[in-house]
Write a protein of this length. Structure first.
Length: 202
């Protein structure tokens, strides 16, 4: 648990504790639910029955609210409250997807979670642009990362070990986001946190 002034940060994301098939099922159910809500909003809004039309309008407003927040974290770092705060709520959706993808690759393929995440990050154009500004050859960087990932490990990390690694990295990325006065923990903050890790695999 990390402290910053009057804030006490912890990390909890139940989806990261699920199995890979469990997370896929959650995504399918979530997408299906939004599809059903969207269809219901259209049908009910066109109804001649007043109470059905009212429900349709409420559903439509709910979907509009969700659309407005696409690409944004659940909560903003600029509006930190006091007390215990879950870092997972301050992850930008892109950062959440990257962590989830790295976790799934580690579970299914083995290999160092941080290296999987590093490769995923370096495949992003915004990270590549930053590396090029520092005269870092991106293709060689990707190739070297893959070479390390191809090396056999003595054993796969357990689910608890992987979660603890994500938790540790999320806390370091939060520090980078706060230093940069960012609205949320962005992929660039994950990358910056990775470069400061004292992990033999990175």
């Amino acid at each position: 648990m990390a402290r910053a002034g009057q804030h006490e940060f912890y990390f909890y994301e139940p989806r990261f504790l699920m199995t890979a098939p469990g997370r896929i099922l959650v995504r399918v159910i979530s997408n299906t639910a939004y599809g059903i809500i969207g269809a219901a909003a259209i049908v009910f809004s066109l109804s001649d029955v007043l109470w059905l039309r009212s429900i349709g309008i409420v559903l439509a407003l709910f979907l509009i609210e969700r659309l407005i927040h696409i690409g944004k974290s659940e909560r903003l770092l600029a509006k930190l409250g006091a007390g215990r705060l879950n870092i997972a709520n301050y992850l930008a959706p892109s950062s959440h997807r990257l962590l989830e993808a790295a976790l799934e690759r580690s579970e299914l393929q083995g290999g160092n979670l941080f290296l999987h995440l590093l490769r995923l990050l370096v495949e992003r154009k915004d990270i590549q642009a930053g590396l090029k500004r520092m005269d870092v050859p991106v293709e060689q960087f990707l190739s070297a990362t893959q070479d390390f990932l191809n090396k056999p490990l003595a054993r796969k990390s357990s689910k608890d070990e992987l979660f603890k690694e994500i938790e540790y990295l999320a806390k370091r990325a939060l520090e980078q986001a706060l230093l940069g006065y960012n609205a949320a923990i962005e992929p660039k903050d994950l990358f910056a946190a990775l470069t400061k890790l004292k992990n033999p695999g990175v």
